[in-house]
Design a binder for this molecule. Structure first.
Ligand SMILES: [Zn+2]
Length: 92
């Protein structure tokens, strides 16, 4: 039994380290440009907020809310997906 617990702890630590690494790397960050504060990752058109669904909530739960993902979509190119709460500046 002790052995299983150690494996579980080890995996949990690895998982946490991956999450922290992705957070530092600004994984799925929103994009800020001169013309918009939340630009589409594909065409840089301003994004629209979508109502969060179960997938959104589950993703935040499984990532211990470290990214605080929200769902967005693009009117122009129809991109949609989750982006984290933090932003990254871009020059387009
Ligand atoms: Zn777009």
């Amino acid at each position: 039994m002790m052995f299983l617990l150690e494996i579980f702890t080890f995996l949990a630590i690895i998982y946490l380290l991956i999450l922290i690494f992705l957070r530092i790397k600004l994984f799925k960050s929103r994009l800020i440009s001169k013309v918009c504060i939340n630009c589409c990752p594909k065409c840089y058109h301003p994004l629209e907020r979508m109502k969060s669904n179960l997938y959104n909530k589950l993703t935040n739960f499984l990532t211990i809310d470290i990214f605080q993902f929200m769902k967005f979509y693009c009117n122009k190119c129809k991109w949609n997906g989750l982006l984290a709460k933090y932003s990254k500046k871009i020059t387009v």
